[in-house]
Design a protein around this ligand. Structure first.
Ligand SMILES: Cc1ncc(COP(=O)(O)O)c(C=O)c1O
Length: 369
């Protein structure tokens, strides 16, 4: 048995360590996971009730077209129902876009460092990935434009960018889209959009009026707190959405996910509370990092990338032993060897993280910059 040659080098996705495994390994009773940018406040009680209400339907296939949810999301954004496509998480929407638009010989442009699934899925399709270094932790949109050729099919813009949590502004995105040729699909991945408090963040749905080549990705996994159910979506012009739908599996989102997402969308008060708590968490962590003499990129999502000025693997492991799971920048998917990525938690979780970090900084040696 021989797999396709062009996928042989691909890594198998390494998820963050599960809480139970860390408890067992270090003999701990309390472990805080701040590694996967999950919502520390769970999900709306209305979404949980919707899951319970759906229990009698386990024997029925889900609505493959997500009719009710599509209508609700379309109303929420003021777009047509033919402008939305759902996936098993926005991960699957990324996969479907790559599947629909990329072939061997095509080029696609991403930032270096960014969410790894753009590159991963592009490589599965045999496309060539052009990676453009971040500038001060932010997408360098001009440098990305400079890499466009006749063969470029997709540019991926992760906004806020995972792992740096930085944004590109409405003005920057506008200038970029004015120059990006129409044959290039521009994917704006806005997985953390609900957390944004900055006035400078682009209104990517409004951009669709002027730029037919834009697709926005959103998810119910982050602020909506439904990561376990796997549901995200893309919003774009009807022709683009139809193309993505052509490669979609018939029943790619479950009835549970659709029901919970519908209820979660209606509870915008929950989202507002989470956004406020997150902003407070960022302010607290930012202040504490300052006191500890640590620099971080300006954070707009529900996570921060902080330079601990030490070997990230060591700091990651020491934090683990104290019951705090973060993402170490030493891993291939993050790629900042003296930094750690931490999810903004609840007040209690943030306190625990800072006290563990303080202890670890005292126990470890600074590496040269
Ligand atoms: C930038 C970004 N895009 C997409 C995703 C995928 O999220 P999901 O598949 O849960 O919607 C993530 C998850 O971490 C992310 O950080």
């Amino acid at each position: 048995m021989k797999p396709k040659a062009h996928i042989m080098h691909l890594p198998v996705y390494q998820p963050g360590k599960p809480i139970d495994e860390v408890k067992k390994e270090f003999g701990l009773t309390e472990v805080v996971k701040l590694a996967s940018n999950e919502n520390p406040f769970g999900s709306s009680p209305k979404a949980k009730q919707a899951i319970v209400n759906h229990l009698e339907n386990t024997h029925i296939y889900p609505d493959g077209a997500s009719v009710e949810l599509t209508a609700a999301v379309a109303r929420h954004y003021g777009v047509g129902t033919n402008q939305i496509v759902f996936g098993a998480g926005s991960d699957e929407v990324i996969l479907m876009i790559a599947r629909a638009y990329l072939s061997a010989g095509d080029e696609t442009i991403t930032a270096d460092r960014t969410f790894p699934q753009y590159k991963h899925n592009a490589e599965i399709e045999g496309a060539t990935v052009i990676e453009v270094p971040l500038k001060d932790g932010t997408h360098d949109l001009d440098a990305m434009l400079a890499k466009v050729t006749d063969r470029t099919k997709i540019i991926w813009v992760c906004n806020p960018n995972n792992p740096t949590s930085t944004i590109v502004t409405a003005a920057e995105v506008g200038r970029f889209l004015d120059k990006a040729p129409n044959h290039v699909l521009v994917v704006l991945d806005e997985a953390y959009a609900e957390y944004i408090v900055s006035e400078e963040y682009p209104d990517s749905i409004a951009l669709l009026e002027k730029y037919p080549n834009v697709v926005t990705l959103r998810t119910f996994s982050k602020a909506y707190g439904l990561a376990a159910l796997r549901i995200g979506y893309g919003i774009g012009r009807p022709d683009v959405i139809r193309t993505i739908n052509q490669v979609r599996e018939p029943f790619n989102t479950t009835g549970f996910a659709q029901a919970a997402a519908l209820a979660a969308l209606e509870d915008q008060a929950f989202i507002e509370r989470c956004r406020d708590e997150n902003a407070r968490g960022i302010a607290y962590l930012s202040g504490q990092f300052g006191k500890l003499g640590l620099k971080h990129f300006p954070a707009y999502g529900n996570f921060m990338l902080v330079d601990v000025q030490r070997d990230a693997k060591t700091v990651y492991e020491q934090l683990l032993s104290k019951g705090v799971i973060v993402r170490g920048g030493h891993t291939a998917s993050i790629g900042f060897p003296s930094m750690i990525r931490v999810t903004v938690g609840s007040e209690e979780q943030n306190l625990k993280f800072i006290s563990a970090l303080e202890a670890v900084l005292n126990e470890t040696v600074v590496v040269a910059e």
